[in-house]
Design a protein around this ligand. Structure first.
Ligand SMILES: *Cc1c(COP(=O)(O)O)cnc(C)c1O
Length: 405
């Protein structure tokens, strides 16, 4: 079997729709297959112990490939194919997959802050990331800054600048290019989960690490937990070394499903984004809604990032209800009340109670995570069915709270 990645020069120049279909599939003809082989082996027979030892040594030093995978904590060909595809979509040299988005973020913090233990970060970010950086478990110290004050937050021991754009849950957009300039030689990590590689490629703007909770849009069907980091080869080698030792590997079936989902990613994003754009406007005009956060609404993109940094406003909306947000959620029938996002079905959740519960109080207010904020991940249903559901639930919530209008 051939585990050597084939870098397809043809694909590099292609559009994102074509790349999404063909990336990571260059070796199929040579293998004589049409669908990617799903390799579930945990171990790989090697009769020659010297060759086995050399292969193991290579992986321990961060190699992407070796003549044998040796053991599936070191390498898995199915996962490696997804990694090559994702790296191509992000325009990065390499990608390293993990068992979850949080495992990926933890690995980035650990490799970047191995010697320099200080992190500069901009709120809001995903609640788990906020808590990870703040809680002291990784022995890093975080300074939270506004996006224009990143340079002022830097110290001689700053190992990483961490941002998310659009930010979870309020869709705040960060000017990645400007943050990279401010960070100078400190590596910048961008959580690109909300935008996906279809709408935004932070690596091309100078980010050192592009992180995805692949559980969300990349998986897209609510049945895979995964994380992935796109980066340079030297950083990928460090991440692979860490992954071998800490064991946060992605299961091959998850790698298979993620790779299987990539060809439809542009279609899913485009469809959900069109629906989100319509719903954001209608929500903004509803008497049961006080504020709508959506990058595509007039005045929302004050830095002019759509078109320059992002190819579209995306499919996530956040809004504040006039009435009680939990009664709005209870009154919904079609929309799934659940954390997570980027699935085929539309999901709604209450950040202050759930995804951002562990963010400290002043962090919540700094990040705009108010008690009445709901986060909506638009799926692939018909826009009119979604609107019927939202309109009915929101109108009921105002009717039972007449004093609040
Ligand atoms: C969900 C999420 C994460 C965490 O990913 P898991 O796969 O749940 O570990 C990180 N960042 C963002 C923006 C997320 O939405």
């Amino acid at each position: 079997m051939n585990y050597t990645p084939v870098l397809c020069a043809k694909l590099r120049a292609m559009n994102i729709e074509t790349l999404s279909v063909h990336a990571g599939r260059d070796e199929f003809e040579g293998l004589g297959v049409h669908a990617p082989p799903l390799d579930l082996s945990t171990t790989y027979p090697i009769r020659d112990m010297c060759a086995g030892g050399d292969a193991l040594q290579g992986f321990a030093e961060g190699a992407a490939t070796s003549p044998s995978p040796v053991y599936s904590r070191l390498h898995n060909p199915t996962v490696a194919r997804f990694e090559r595809a994702l790296a191509q979509l992000e325009g990065a040299a390499a990608a390293v997959a993990f068992s979850s988005g949080m495992a990926a973020i933890t690995a980035v913090v650990q490799v970047a802050c191995a010697r320099k233990r200080h992190v500069v970060a901009v709120r809001p970010v995903y609640g788990g990331t906020d808590h990870l950086l703040s809680c002291g478990l990784l022995d890093v110290e975080v300074t939270w800054v506004e996006q224009d004050s990143v340079a002022a937050g830097l110290r001689s021991d700053t190992g990483l600048v961490f941002i998310e754009s659009p930010g979870n849950p309020t869709l705040t957009m960060v000017d990645i290019d400007a943050v990279v300039m401010q960070a100078a030689d400190v590596p910048v990590a961008v959580d690109n989960t909300f935008a996906t590689p279809i709408l935004q490629n932070p690596f091309n703007l100078g980010a050192a690490f592009v992180i995805h909770s692949a559980t969300k849009y990349l998986g897209g069907h609510g049945d895979v937990l995964a994380g992935v980091v796109a980066c340079s080869q030297p950083w990928a080698a460090r991440l692979r070394q860490l992954r071998i030792l800490t064991g946060g590997v992605l299961h091959p079936l998850a790698g298979y499903l993620l790779h299987r989902g990539l060809p439809t990613l542009p279609l899913r994003i485009r469809s959900a984004q069109a629906t989100a754009a319509t719903l954001a406007v209608r929500l903004a005009g509803h008497q049961g809604v006080s504020v709508v956060h959506y990058p595509g609404l007039p005045g929302a993109d004050s830095r002019g990032l759509i078109g320059r940094q992002m190819r579209g406003p995306g499919a996530m909306i956040a809004f504040e209800t006039v009435g009680d947000p939990s009664s709005v959620v209870k009154a919904l029938g079609l929309i799934t009340a659940a954390v997570s996002l980027g699935s085929v079905d539309t999901l709604i959740e209450h950040p202050a109670a759930l995804t951002h519960r562990l963010v400290e109080e002043h962090g919540k207010s700094a990040g705009g995570i108010t008690p009445h904020l709901l986060r909506l991940s638009i799926g692939l249903e018909s826009v009119e069915d979604l609107w019927d559901d939202l309109d009915k639930a929101l109108s009921e919530s105002v009717a039972i709270h007449p004093g609040a209008v």
